[in-house]
Design a protein. Structure first.
Length: 168
């Protein structure tokens, strides 16, 4: 009888450990919203709304905005595809993409922003442009990521204001 109780306790401990560890790298989309609109309010938008805003930018496609929890830290993960590198390097577009991501609401505030922009199977290195925007100096993480910003102060309070794309 004692062996059965011990075995039951071990099984419960193993299952509990598996459940706790599986939550460490869970990607969590934001809450759903009907229609994204640029505004001055900082209530945040959903991942679905961010998808709509980013995919409406000419030359950008298959954009996603998610959060990733790893241990005690949360990262904002933005991915986007471009047919032409000029689509993301056009004036104001990189800043817009980062700000739409930062305006996306999640359960926990992200401590970092990771942007991956892919063009014809390769990851674009946009760290130098992001460093200029943010006024910081982070090293390049290509080929895995295009941009990494830790504690992105230049984006302001989170969730940020939903931006408008100014062309020109």
């Amino acid at each position: 009888m004692n062996i059965r109780k011990s075995l039951t306790g071990v099984v419960i401990a193993v299952v509990a450990a598996a459940v706790v560890l599986s939550g460490c790298s869970l990607l969590k989309p934001g809450t759903s919203a009907v229609a994204p609109t640029p505004s001055a309010a900082s209530t945040g938008i959903s991942s679905d709304a961010a998808f709509v805003l980013l995919n409406a930018v000419p030359g950008l496609s298959d954009a996603t905005v998610q959060s990733s929890i790893s241990g005690l830290s949360t990262s904002l993960i933005i991915e986007v595809y471009v047919d032409d590198e000029a689509a993301i390097t056009a004036s104001g577009v990189l800043d817009y993409v980062l700000r739409v991501g930062w305006a996306t609401s999640f359960d926990r505030q992200p401590g970092s922003v990771i942007l991956t922009v892919r063009n014809n199977g390769r990851t674009l290195d946009l760290q130098a442009q992001a460093n200029l925007l943010a006024g910081v100096e982070y090293p390049t993480l290509a080929p895995s990521h295009s941009v990494y910003l830790d504690g992105p102060e230049y984006l302001g309070a989170w969730p940020g204001v939903v931006p408008t794309l100014s062309v020109g």
